[in-house]
Design a protein around this ligand. Structure first.
Ligand SMILES: [Zn+2]
Length: 212
């Protein structure tokens, strides 16, 4: 009998251990996905067309005095086409700017949209194409947007979660009156801070108007 209980316990223990292992695997997988999802422009290498075309233009102007606007455009274009980084060459397009010259853009190699900057994710960011593409194609975020999400979590999601926890605890009963009092105080404080935060006002506005 004892032997049987021992075996049963070992089986249960092993079962929980395997659950735990799977969870850890799932969590690290999730974290990895989150890290990839939240890749920021600051974490990537970038190449910007403005300083590039500016330095090319200066040299071209110096070497070709008195050439026409159109000739200048063609010479700059030719030099830009020769530029490469990480063995990657780019396509360019230009529009007239208000000063009478041209404003240059990269053509994103993937979506073909105009971009002033292209980004190369760090090598550790697997599942990301290892070539320079626009911000949208690499699904990059700005650091400030991620910080915004964090403050949303701290100011809205976390207090709402905690309030729900307190409500459940009180609803379950079995608590000493002093404990209940303490929880009610905490709930009241959380609710007050929540309603006073700009993040919550925005959140409730979005929720009310189905914008979430
Ligand atoms: Zn693109």
């Amino acid at each position: 009998m004892n032997h049987f209980i021992y075996n049963k316990n070992v089986i249960i223990f092993k079962y929980f251990l395997s659950l735990l292992r799977n969870n850890i695997k799932n969590i690290s997988h999730l974290l990895e996905r989150l890290r990839i999802m939240q890749l920021t422009v600051e974490q990537c290498y970038s190449v910007c067309v403005n300083p590039l075309q500016k330095s090319i233009k200066e040299t071209v102007e110096k070497n070709n005095p008195g050439c026409s606007k159109e000739e200048m455009r063609n010479l700059i274009y030719k030099e830009l086409k020769d530029f490469s980084v990480n063995e990657q060459y780019f396509e360019y397009t230009s529009i007239n700017n208000f000063l009478g010259g041209y404003r240059w853009f990269f053509v994103c190699p993937k979506c073909k949209n105009r971009a002033t900057k292209l980004f190369l994710p760090p090598a550790e960011a697997k599942n990301r194409e290892q070539r320079y593409l626009c911000k949208n194609c690499h699904k990059l975020k700005n650091q400030s947007a991620i910080q915004g999400q964090n403050s949303m979590y701290k100011k809205v999601t976390r207090p709402i979660k905690r309030m729900k926890e307190i409500e459940d605890k009180i609803a379950r009963g079995h608590l000493r009156p002093e404990k209940i009092q303490k929880l009610l105080d905490e709930h009241e404080r959380l609710e007050r801070d929540l309603k006073a935060s700009p993040e919550y006002r925005l959140f409730s506005f979005k929720k009310k108007h189905d914008l979430l």
